[in-house]
Design a protein around this ligand. Sequence first.
Ligand code: SF4
Ligand code: SF4
Length: 412
Amino acid sequence: MVNGTLGTMANGSILPIYGDGVVASTLGTTPRITSLLIKPVSAVCNLDCTYCFYLDRETDPYQALSRRAMQEETLERLIDSFLFYSYPNSVFAFQGGEPTLAGLPFFRRVVELQKEHGRNGQNVSNAIQTNGMLIDEEWCALFREYRWLVGLSLDGPEEIHDLHRVNKSGHSTWKRVMESLRLMQREKVDFNVLCVLSKANVGRAKELYRFFTGLGVDNIQYIPLSEFDGDGNPLRYTITAAEYGQFLCETFDLWWPQRRKIRIRTFDNIAEALAGQKPGTCTMHETCDSYVVVEYNGDVYPCDFFVEKDWRLGNIEIDSWTEIARKQRRYAFARKKALAHSECEVCEWQAMCHGGCPKSRYAMNRRFEDLDYFCEAYRMMFRKSVPPLREDVKKILGREVSLPQVHSISPY
Ligand code: SF4
Ligand code: SF4
């Protein structure tokens, strides 16, 4: 268990699940917001991927609004206030929908504002996730000059990618994405590939690995699809936990001899945890509080999967970052991850996994207390990868490496 006082604060008072108040400052240090996931055009996108959970969500608070684009005043307030709050390390990530629809001038302004409002000694990093449809030389010049990390969505070879990733007319997008990939390679842009695992490609681990590495891609992130209908039945492209686990184990075997040259995010994250660092993925954190989402109008939410009215934390035009960080709703959401299922409480991987991702627990039956849909995959992956990675990390660090410990003290 992460927290022995589930649902109850350290002073014994019960927090409401939903509430607008802030947590009293007498309760100790507030967990900081370490990075922002900014949606400059909200969920608006120029593609119509068949598996996209973001398009036409009933719970999307902004669905009825036709124009959704961040205004300059909101952007300036966002950058100025967050640079101040997060000094000296400020992490900005842009996502959508498709964030490049905000236009290149918007992103040039992002950099100008960061230069204008940043202070001496401030480290600023920027990342953007794109479907690659609009990337050209001018975008590449900005990304290269200011060392943005670009995530490019590509699901594999043409026939796999085009099965789901189609434009608004239902036409293929693979060739255009490949143009962007080649361009970014030529223009020396730092990028990784984000590959969504659906029924179309989860059984083809070797083919995917060879395809990406054959293109010269050395940084790959696999995202498993798990979407359900209103009755909790998996949608047709949703993969099973066993399929995902098998995919990861096969990929691990392919990757292991090349592990110093190729980055696979999942395995990097396990190595980070073994080395005693905080893993890069929130799924492996103890609580859900490392980043927040900022919508186009300045509204703030605790997670990309919970941009919903009931989880709104505030708005940057009204609330300071310190106030947002202390919102009771943020605490209530962060704590969801600590609602350990009875299987997690006795699981040998609990200190690595922390019960998985609340989104994957909640998705089927709308219950945060359920077991993560991908639990079986995590177990397969840990069983396969932890022993060799542990030896490897031990060699690199020159000291004994033990599994992380489950902490008994939590700010929640
Ligand atoms: S619900 Fe899942 S994706 Fe959201 S912050 Fe928690 S672990 Fe991360
Ligand atoms: S592997 Fe499964 S049982 Fe173990 S902590 Fe993760 S979700 Fe829970």
